[in-house]
Ligand binder design. Structure first.
Ligand code: PLP
Length: 348
């Protein structure tokens, strides 16, 4: 990915360009001078956990709040795997490409699988398992997926059921990275609920950072065997925040009504408007537009013109004349900015 640093009118670089939803800031201010216990033992963390459990329709899960996605991934993976075990991920997966080797730094190999749409399937995983025959190789023990994927696609219920089934049959644990779960669940093509996800994976997390929170991810562990001593591992990795209230307050705001879903929906609506208009102008997208990340394929000359007013990442090269760009919308994306982008593209 190429980074663009020019001063531009509007940024479609990511979904963390803005701060936090005003409800969250107000809740932080309102609780500011209250004294609360530390390290996630405060009343807000407890209330947020109970509220999320209700949404998950599962009182038995363990929930832990951490500050970021890379942290969630490395804590989950390193706390679960034995030293010689590895994790399977798409080659586009966040842990494979964009975490500076954070997983490998904990001693676990990431086995990558080449995919076009960002998604893993039993067949692709089976091929990889077949290559790992004995103790002279790492032992694949976990499957890592993200919903949405790194290329903006989503997992349908049947796909997740198939992965669940395959993992059970092959003694693999299934971990879903939900940094953009809000967008995935609000996709017009989504047929999964939080309550279903919790039954189909061993562990997952609900992303706050990219869906209206200042910071924060909620790790949900449903597999009984993975729950023991999780907080020890969090503490050792520096993830047990003294002011854990900061995370509890935010997740309580996101889930006490349906703010989490409203914000995911807004981000998706803005991306949908962009993609519909881009397609109408005769351009194609790299992957189906299903969430708040879309990947239009544009002539390089058009990309250069757009860069004068907009910030975005150039994702990959198609050929000498054409490249893929990534446009990301967020809970705070202004519709007027989307309209201006479309008008400018029409003029080019
Ligand atoms: C799917 C996914 N997982 C994890 C992360 C990492 O999050 P953080 O930057 O908070 O470490 C990202 C960030 O872009 C992501 O897209």
């Amino acid at each position: 990915m190429q980074q663009e640093n020019k001063k531009v009118t509007y940024s479609f670089k990511n979904d963390y360009s803005e701060g936090a939803h005003p409800n969250i800031l107000q809740a932080l201010v309102a609780s500011n001078l209250e004294q609360q216990d530390g390290y996630g033992e405060d009343q807000y963390c407890h209330a947020a956990i109970e509220t999320i459990k209700e949404k998950l329709q599962d009182p038995n899960v363990d929930i832990h709040f951490v500050s970021g996605g890379t942290q969630a991934n490395l804590i989950v993976i390193s706390s679960i795997l034995r030293p010689y075990e590895s994790v399977i991920a798409a080659d586009t997966g966040h842990i494979s490409t964009h975490e500076t080797g954070a997983i490998e730094a904990t001693g676990h190999k990431v086995n990558t699988i080449d995919v076009k749409d960002g998604k893993l399937s039993p067949k692709k995983i089976k091929n990889l398992l077949d290559l790992h025959t004995d103790e002279h190789m790492v032992k694949p023990r976990m499957v890592y997926i993200s919903n949405t994927t790194e290329v903006g696609t989503i997992y349908k219920k049947q796909e997740l059921k198939d992965l669940h089934q395959f993992c059970r049959e092959n003694d693999l644990l299934l971990f879903l990275d939900g940094a953009r779960l809000g967008s995935a669940l609000c996709s017009s093509e989504n047929d999964l609920t939080l309550a279903e996800i919790v039954k189909l994976v061993d562990v997952f997390y609900i992303g706050g950072t990219k869906n209206g929170a200042l910071i924060g991810e909620a790790i949900v562990i449903s597999n009984e065997a993975l729950k023991t001593n999780f907080r020890f591992n969090m503490k050792q990795k520096g993830a047990l925040l003294a002011k854990g209230r900061l995370l509890g307050i935010q997740f309580l705001e996101l889930f006490k009504e349906d703010l989490f879903f409203q914000l995911g929906n807004h981000a998706n609506q803005m991306a949908l408007k962009l993609s519909e208009n881009i397609i109408e102008l005769g351009y194609q997208l790299l992957t189906p537009p299903q969430s708040n990340q879309i990947f239009p394929i544009l002539p390089n000359k058009t990309i250069e013109k757009l860069k004068e007013n907009y910030a975005f990442y150039v994702w990959s090269k198609i050929d000498e004349e054409t490249s893929v760009i990534r446009l990301v919308t967020s809970w705070a994306t202004k519709e007027t900015a989307v309209e201006a982008f479309i008008e400018d593209l029409k003029k080019i």
